[in-house]
Structure formats: structure tokens, C-alpha cells
Design a protein around this ligand. Sequence first.
Ligand SMILES: Cc1cc2nc3c(=O)[nH]c(=O)nc-3n(C[C@H](O)[C@H](O)[C@H](O)COP(=O)(O)O)c2cc1C
Length: 380
Amino acid sequence: MTLLDLQQTLNQPTAAHRLRCCTVGGCRSANSLAVKRELEAVIAANDLASQIEVKAVGCMGLCSRGPLVQSDPDGTLYDQVKPNQAIALIQTLLPKVNLSQPQVLPPKAGPLAPIQPSAFQPEHHAFFTCQRRIVLENSGQIDPERIEDYVANEGYRALYQVLRERSPADVVKAITQSGLRGRGGAGYPTGLKLATVAKMPPGQKYVVCNADEGDPGAFMDRSVLESDPHRVLEGMAIAAYAVGASQGYIYVRGEYPLAIAHLQTAIRQARRHGLLGSQIFDSPFDFRIDLRIGAGAFVCGEETALMASIEGRRGIPEQRPPYPAESGLWGHPTLINNVETFANIAPIIRQGADWFASVGTDQSKGTKSFSLTGNISRAG
Ligand SMILES: Cc1cc2nc3c(=O)[nH]c(=O)nc-3n(C[C@H](O)[C@H](O)[C@H](O)COP(=O)(O)O)c2cc1C
């Protein structure tokens, strides 16, 4: 199957207006699912499906102002949206339509209420304008449970490209030249780690994604996994091709049920479309990914403890060397990287090492996502 075949089977016509509702993380805990349901009910009651589409998307960033809804194509952001503001929101988009309210209002929706655009408009507010998004470029834009959305946003194009046009050594070189360093804490150069695993004799090798994210207050990896899980799968597959691995594991903490659910969906979809499994894109490359769920031990985020846990042993750090790149899972060479590290790989392949290296500082290239929590004005 070519990528074009995949895009053609998956592309869908879109309505003139779109309302993107964040349905992950902070917004979900602030009742965003009820907001989405109510928007859908108003649209159904007024037969507006051809004019307005409601879309579940991932994190838009300003979590403390959730539930967030953004309208396309104008980009207006609405914050702290309540279910009883659904009619007012749709009326703003279609001022000439005489709207009737859905027959069954949810019991807690309350009386109908007006709505105002947020004071935090993305093009104008410093919270957004100072951000440059690479890892989170699709976050808040696409439905994380639809592979169609990821593919329509250049998803899996980098994997397709490397399997068709680039040698494993060429991929290692590109990642090395990009200057990407591990985002899991130690900042180890990712290209060097790839090169070490690639140099090990052919045979069983593994790729492991560290999604344990145990640091208090940290939710950068959760945002990526909940909002754009295919990006992590694609990064792992490209890395596996570069080092000669055929099996991957994502070790994700059990406290992240939504991230786990979205990963399970993404893996199933990728398998169904031949993007994971045997002979990916009709090439000789085989790669499978399985999930392993952590049981709540902070120390299992440390790579040797994590691998012991995957093997079914007690998660206790072990002396290094040997490093996982030489002797990791079950004694085989293992590439282990953080979620955000893998999430940078597809954009580097798509846009080039020089492009990535042009962003960041002298010693550390690219962007870094941060999570802000605690007693502050704008958590997210
Ligand atoms: C106690 C301890 C906890 C750690 N927890 C995590 C974690 O939750 N997530 C993570 O990616 N790395 C964690 N690390 C770092 C990993 O051991 C490892 O360096 C990292 O997964 C390598 O990926 P990277 O090169 O992409 O950064 C931890 C390290 C220590 C010592």
C-alpha cells in the first residue's frame, strides 16, 4: 500500500465550520465531554451536520481555562465553556439560522447561557504567541482516536520516506545531525544512542518507549500520548528501522488510563492499515509494538528498572555498564528513549536535520515542552 492509497481511502469531506473540543486531560476533568455532547445534540436537533462539525481533539495547552473549544476556520477560542452555552456558541457561527434547542437537555446543563470569546485568543495572547510547537503541532488540532486525522497531517509520511528512500545508516546520521537530545532527563544525544544499538551485531533488538513519567507535576508525555499517539508509534518505527529492531514496547504508567486507551486504539489502527506488523509499506521491514503497564513505582522510570519490570522482574535499578544499548531487554541490544524524544523523530525526517538544528540552543536543539502546575495563574 502506498501512502497515497492510504490518504485516498481515509480522506473525508469536511463541513464549513468546525468546533474543536478538547476531550483529554484537564478539559475532560472539567466536563468537556458534556459540552461536546450538547454541541452535537444542538447540531442534530437543527439538522446542521453538513454545516458544522464537532471534533474531539487533544490538549490545546491552557488547561486551567478548560473546557476549551476552538472554532475553525476563524480560530476563535472559547474557554470555560458550559454545556448550556452550546446553543449560543453555534448561534455565533450561524447568526442567520433560527435555532431550536435539543429536546432533551442534560439534567445538569441548566438554563441557556450566552457565550463570549476567550480573552486568551491564540494569535494575541503571550501564553500562546511565545510558543513554538513541534512535538505538540497536532495537539488540539486532530482527533487522537482517528488515524485518518494523523495521516491527513503528514502522519506516517516520514516512515514511508525512510522505508522507500533512506538507509538505516542515513536515518541515524540525520538524527545525529539534528542535535536531538533525550527528553527523559539526562539529555543523552539521541543519534549516539541510535548509532550504538545499530552497530551491535544483527539479531534480536528492541525499541522501548519510556512513558512512565513519574516526576510530580509532570504531564508533558501524557499530553503527547493522549493528544497524538500515532506520532510516538511513527517515531519508534523509524528508530527501529534505523537500529534493526523488530519489536517495540511502550512502558506506560497505570495512572494514565486515557493515554493507555488512546495508545491501544492507535496500535490497533496502525496494525489494521499495515503501518505496524509485517512488511510495512510493502518493504522487508517488520515491526510490532506492545504495551506494558506500570504499577505505580517511581523508580520504574529509570531505564534498567523499567526493563526489569517489562521482563516480569522486580523494578530495581541495576549497575551500568553494560548499557541497554549493548545489553538490555532479556540481554539483547535495546534502544530506550522517552516519549517526547520519539515524538521529535518524524518531524526531523520530514523537515530535515538542519531545520531542527536551527531551533534551540547551541548545546540542545529543537523545542522542549513543559507542564506548569501548582498555585500559578495559568496551569497547562
Ligand atoms: C529515578 C529515575 C526516574 C526516571 N524516570 C523517568 C521517567 O519517568 N521517564 C523518562 O523518560 N525517563 C526517566 N528516567 C531516565 C531514564 O532512565 C532514561 O535515561 C531515559 O528514559 C532515556 O531516554 P532519553 O534518552 O530519550 O531521555 C529516570 C531516571 C531515574 C534515575
